[in-house]
Design a protein around this ligand. Structure first.
Ligand code: DGY
Length: 318
């Protein structure tokens, strides 16, 4: 039996399965061990199951010379130093596919909530500020038929495009290179440059991974390139956006609304963003429906069992 460190309790039966094979240590806080907690607990571990907010860097890896796998219970792996793991022969795995629909559903939930001022209306009613039906108040942005720009036509971007069809949206996308024709056809989405996408889309959704080419992608300059009154949705990573610049754009009306599920320094949220009534802000719950989270847990556990048994895992990160 090898020692497996799990950053935080996992939903569903996955941990019980893991305990049949290995000695399992689980962090007590449901929000996870974080980098410092990993450093304190990882010694002697052959495997670790991490979450998006557990930074796995050289300092963590130095404490775990026997480590064979980092199973990140997420599709994004920007929290893991992949190059350092590669140098040490440590396998990194993630949990794609299983969370695609949940995240695309949630992207649409945020999109509609931002366009139609759902959270703001909820706050108004709860605060007792609603004075009755009005033809002129709380007017929002029309989602049906809008032009939608998707940044990153990966699995989640494609699932967002598929949902957009139900709202008769015109979908365009951008990423480093155009997708295969078959992918474009299935998504019913046309490739454009980022400049064109920002200048022409009424709604922009970020569905890209965080890497050197997407860090701070939506900067003050990029926001200025967007259509006045556009809506910005981010279910990707907080680091893709300059949140202070977004807050300014929300206040000036350059953006009509925004929907954010992710932030650069979670759980901290920029106070300037918190002050914006026209921002819908959720706590990184894009993949948080029960079957999805249980599926992510079970994939992570399977990866650990496979790698420690000398088998190739289902989702190695290259
Ligand atoms: C991911 O998987 O990368 C999400 O951010 C958490 O589900």
């Amino acid at each position: 039996m090898a020692k497996v460190l799990v950053s935080a309790v996992l939903p569903g039966p996955a941990l019980d399965r893991l305990r049949l094979h290995h000695e399992v240590e689980v962090g007590a806080d449901p929000t996870g061990l974080g980098r410092e907690g990993l450093i304190a607990r990882i010694e002697g571990a052959s495997a670790v199951i991490t979450r998006v907010s557990d930074r796995v860097d050289e300092a963590v890896l130095d404490r775990a010379p026997a480590l064979r796998i980092v199973a990140n219970c997420a599709v994004g792996v920007d929290n893991v130093d992949l190059a350092a793991c590669r140098r040490r022969g440590i396998v990194v795995t993630n949990t794609p596919d299983v969370l695609t629909d949940a995240t695309a559903d949630f992207t649409f939930a945020l999109l509609l909530a931002a366009c139609r001022r759902v959270a703001e209306g909820d706050r108004l009613v709860r605060a007792g500020g609603w004075r009755g039906f009005s033809l002129t108040e709380m007017l929002g942005v029309r989602a049906t038929g809008a032009s939608l720009g998707i940044v990153g036509l990966g699995r989640i971007g494609r699932a967002v495009a598929q949902r957009a069809r139900g709202f008769s949206m015109r979908v365009r996308y951008t990423q480093r290179r155009p997708a295969d024709e078959a992918v474009e056809r299935a998504a019913d989405a046309a490739y454009v440059s980022l400049d064109v996408l920002l200048a022409e889309s009424e709604i922009v959704c970020l569905c890209c991974p965080l890497n050197d080419s997407t860090r701070n992608l939506i900067s003050r300059e990029r926001l200025a390139q967007m259509r006045r009154g556009a809506v910005l949705i981010n279910t990707a990573r907080g680091g893709c956006v300059d949140s202070l610049a977004v807050a300014e754009a929300l206040q000036s009306g350059q953006l009509a609304a925004a929907g954010f599920d992710v932030y650069p320094h979670e759980p901290a949220v920029d106070p300037a963003l918190l002050a914006c009534e026209n921002a819908v802000l959720t706590p990184h719950i894009g993949s948080a429906d029960r079957p999805t989270r249980e599926g992510m847990a079970s994939l992570s556990v399977e990866s650990v069992i496979d790698v420690l048994a000398g088998r190739a895992p289902r989702h190695p990160v290259p």
